[in-house]
Design a protein around this ligand. Sequence first.
Ligand code: AMP
Length: 221
Amino acid sequence: MTLDVVMLGPPGAGKGTQATRVATARGIPHVSTGDMLRAAIASEIPLGRQVKAVLDAGQLVGDDIVIEVVRDRLGAPDALAGVVFDGFPRRVLQAQALDEMLADRGALVIVDLTVTDAEVVGRLSRRRVCAACGAIAGSGDAPPSDACSRCGGVLRQRSDDREDVVCERLAVYRRDTAPLVEFYRERPTFRAVDGTQPPEAVSAAVAVAIADAAAAVSPVS
Ligand code: AMP
């Protein structure tokens, strides 16, 4: 049965780190709309030119654009058994479009990573991303080392992790994305996980939450 997962939570909640782990553990793709948009910007394709200023300002890209990006991605053969969404949906309209896109698939599990605003600002100011392999560094309490511990690549700060843009992204999250928690909360497959725990503890809790939510809707044999 297809099992799709949505990781919800504010910027810096650990969605990327946790989504990567879930995807690896379940052998399904990690679908980060932010990564896909940044890749489009880096490769200077028309989509990238269209969205660059929006990302730099910490605002949300148009719904039609991201919905199309996700629809394309879900059509790829490796998405058949399910995907882990990270950064999508970000508006109720996107969540409604996702429900339609997934209508013929199996269960959709929603994991909401909860963290405080103070924690978010601290984490994002420490966060670095490897320019070579995309690994996230500095996601724990320790400051990141100079080089990527996975591949030795150069670590960089995302342009939208600067403090002024982070405040804007948090405001956008509260206004546009937080309502998704209410949109999903009553579903039997919604689970909230305390994202302020150390990353390993969050991963364990996320794995339990997904298994528990999937069992809640799996057909009884
Ligand atoms: P992220 O890497 O998820 O923090 O996304 C980085 C940026 O990409 C966001 O601040 C938005 O500008 C854009 N973005 C990513 N996903 C979406 C989405 N689902 N809807 C609109 N904009 C998005």
